[in-house]
Design a protein around this ligand. Sequence first.
Ligand code: ADP
Ligand code: MG
Length: 485
Amino acid sequence: MTKYIAKIGLEMHCEVSETNTKVFSAARNSYSEKPNTNVRPLDMAFPGTLPVVNKEAVRKALMASMILGCSQPEYMYFERKNYYYPDLPKGFQLTQETKPIPVGIYGKVEFECDGELKTVRVNNLHLEEDAASLDHFYDTSNIDYNRAGVPLLELVTEPDIHSAKEAVAFLEHMRSVYQYSGISEADSKKGQIRCDVNVSIMEDGLDEADPKNWGTKVEIKNVNSFGGVRDAINYEIERQTELKETGEYDKMEQQTRRWDEESGTTIFMRSKVDAIDYKYFVEPNIPKFKISKDWLEEIRKSIPELAMDRKKKYIDSYGLSAYDAGVLVKEKDISDYYEECVKLGIDAKVAANWVTVNIVGELNKEEKSIKDFYLTPSMLKQITDAIGSGLLSSKQAKEVFAKALEENKEPKNFISKENAQISDEGELTKIICEILDNSSEQIAQYKGGRDNIFDYFVGQVMKNTRGKANPVMTKEILHKELDKR
Ligand code: ADP
Ligand code: MG
């Protein structure tokens, strides 16, 4: 059997957040629980309404273009992509797909997949408007126009991805870039990220750089979860490989399919011969506008620290392991929490340990986001300070942590001198001597060679002090006192 390799290109759509208003209208760009509340006449295509470009959306799009190493345009304009659908009352989508220069062209994305560095070339990045959202029920469909006109960034890659795993690693990397830079919340659960996935296969061993060797691509439209992208790619590679074996693949036309979550299959929609002609033309109501060099410079300077930068800082300056640093930067909110801990003066390694082990563990168990986590960095500091000053043993610290979360009360309520660990040598010696004075039988057994009796003595000390005795000191003093007898 011939071996094939897959070639995959993604068109990743991500909604731009925090632009105050939508990309061409004055309706709020925000997720509202209530459908059809963030809508202005322009979003409904009322006659006489005119688009106004949202500067913040353009700024964020240009920032994304810079992060991806694309070149930025000198001028910007938009064009109409004409088609009718109920989620698009204007009858066209404003985008930058053909002639107009998009917000960026020809960049590249470097990301890690299974510890290996991968590169995917970016063909272009463009700014457009989202359509309304449609919900289909048994015999009715509901439309929510809140989403109509929300700014959308579309990133088009070259077909440089070779597997479902790589595609997901790429998407996770881009989600992190968008979140760290503040360009988007990039929450796929809210439908903020959607992808068109292009897949083809070619014979292994042929020159991949030559498009003549590429197979016929299949475009899978609108996959809205990372899991969906993974499954759709795996399904499509298998399907195309089977077609190749029967000779059908080489006769196949370019086609568009859709991913059917329920059956776990892709379903034929249309062939390229029936491709829609969108009759693109430049939007006449938005004059072409200049992007000044000064503004570009200002945007470049304002690019925040990204996950890669933070990871490097955690390893090089804080001395964390690459693994821990990776866990900390995976989600921006967790990394922000950690940064706050360090800023408050918690030792970087101690804080990393609490966050990666106890806090992430708790969040996973409760399926919570760190934003809804009760214990703030300053509350965590109450615990780590108490360990530092000997008020808490590490075991007690974990108990205080659990109690604070259980009762939603600050840790300091559970930290007191009475509960403090006993680390005073004189006090411990006194307690130990009292126990030994009443244990002549056990001492005799111990002296007679029964070493495990030692644990019995430790147990007695813990029982007497209700677990507060410093365990290391207890053992030391016990050895010393037993030797004397
Ligand atoms: P179209 O003209 O159909 O829009 P493009 O050339 O603009 O196609 O590419 C759209 C997407 O399809 C890009 O992400 C690109 O990388 C990807 N693509 C192009 N050719 C192939 C191929 N043979 N196999 C997989 N993906 C491909
Ligand atoms: Mg598009």
